[in-house]
Design a protein around this ligand. Structure first.
Ligand code: PLP
Length: 347
């Protein structure tokens, strides 16, 4: 992704909410990355403690977190997101040190943001920023999360293209007045597949660091690019219904699923090997999740090879949420990799 951003002349500000790890963050630093995205002020504090000093919190500013904002803005170059004048006026009143402001734009996703054609709303925010002494206008930011609803790679590319056009048009109409403004987009499906970033200044994908089963199904990555699996111990076998139970439930995976041949799939099952893991075992997948139980449906001949305590590999459906649930990693070399929320030995 670093190479891709470079190739397209786009600044790379990866989203660190997927891995939430100092160690993994350092790998990005080794690739020359110096600016990052996070999804909370607490995450910004965590990465600031490891020397990151240019951080965008890509979540609409929460005025109840003023103490954290004050703390961070006194130590690092902090960018916040806003989409209406009210929190901007409030920030100006309450802040000690200046912060950068990105206006959150909805370029078609429909989750939040100023619609990309709503110039009155953009102007109202810009007027507030212009009046302010402690707010620096940074640019426009959009997240095309609608790529996750796409059925084909072609649909992902079409959504990316719409987002790109809307964002670059918006950027162009303000670049004369604000020559340094940044047009920022970032979603893993679009950033993985698209080759047109004209009019875009910055990309912020996050999930690509691991990818997952959902990205495989979307076509944004191949199996070889998936960099995490869960190792789940078998705790019970039910040959009469071709299932086994693993210690791996909703508190470990989250409850995201994909549909495979019309059936809910909470994670394809793989065989763990010395050097990694196999391709998904045909017909083996997590078919339901409760709090700690994962119910795995699998062919009888595979079930027959398993014992109590055997480890099954499961490719997470949504690696960002699974990593957040698990709070730590073990590398294939057996080395522990840190996570912001630390390791809970109970997990
Ligand atoms: N930017 C924002 C505002 C996001 O909400 C997200 C993810 O939700 C991202 C960037 C990164 O997108 P992805 O998870 O597809 O890599």
């Amino acid at each position: 992704m670093c190479a891709k951003a470079k190739k397209h002349g786009v600044a790379f500000r990866p989203h660190f909410k997927t891995h939430q790890s100092h160690t993994i963050g350092k790998w990005f630093r080794e690739e020359g990355v110096s600016a990052i995205t996070v999804s909370s002020l607490r995450m910004a504090q965590y990465f600031a403690a490891d020397g990151w000093n240019d951080i965008t919190v890509a979540f609409p500013v929460n005025i109840l977190e003023i103490e954290l904002i004050r703390d961070l803005s006194s130590r690092i170059s902090l960018n916040l997101l806003a989409l209406d004048p009210e929190p901007l006026a409030w920030l100006e009143r309450e802040l000690g040190r200046p912060v950068g402001i990105f206006l959150k734009i909805d370029a078609g996703y429909g989750r939040t943001g100023i619609p990309s054609t709503d110039m009155r709303a953009v102007d109202a925010c810009l007027a507030e920023i212009t009046r302010a002494k402690k707010l620096r206008f940074k640019g426009f930011i959009a997240h095309a999360g609608n790529t996750y609803r796409a059925g084909t790679r072609g649909e992902i590319l079409a959504i990316h293209e719409t987002t790109r056009q809307r964002m670059s048009e918006l950027g162009n109409s303000f670049k004369q007045k604000y020559p340094d403004l940044v047009v920022s987009i970032g979603d893993t499906p679009g950033c993985s597949l698209a080759e047109n970033f004209k009019g875009i200044d910055e990309m912020r994908p996050g999930n690509f660091v691991f990818y997952d089963a959902m990205q495989m199904q979307l076509g944004s990555c191949s199996l070889e690019q998936v960099a995490v699996v869960m190792a789940c111990p078998v705790v019970a076998k039910h040959p009469e219904r071709n299932t086994c139970i693993v210690y791996g439930g909703a508190i470990h995976f989250s409850k995201d699923f994909i549909m495979t041949r019309g059936v809910q799939n909470f994670g394809p099952v793989v065989r763990l090997t010395d050097g990694g893991w196999s391709a998904p075992v045909e017909g083996a997948f997590v078919s339901s999740l409760s709090q700690e139980h994962g119910v795995v449906s699998l062919p009888p001949e595979f079930l027959g090879t398993l014992k109590s305590g055997s480890l099954l590999g499961v490719i997470p459906v949504h690696s960002c949420l699974t990593a957040d649930c698990m709070r730590g990693y073990r590398s294939l070399e057996g080395i522990h990799l840190d996570h912001m929320s630390g390791e809970d030995p109970g997990r």
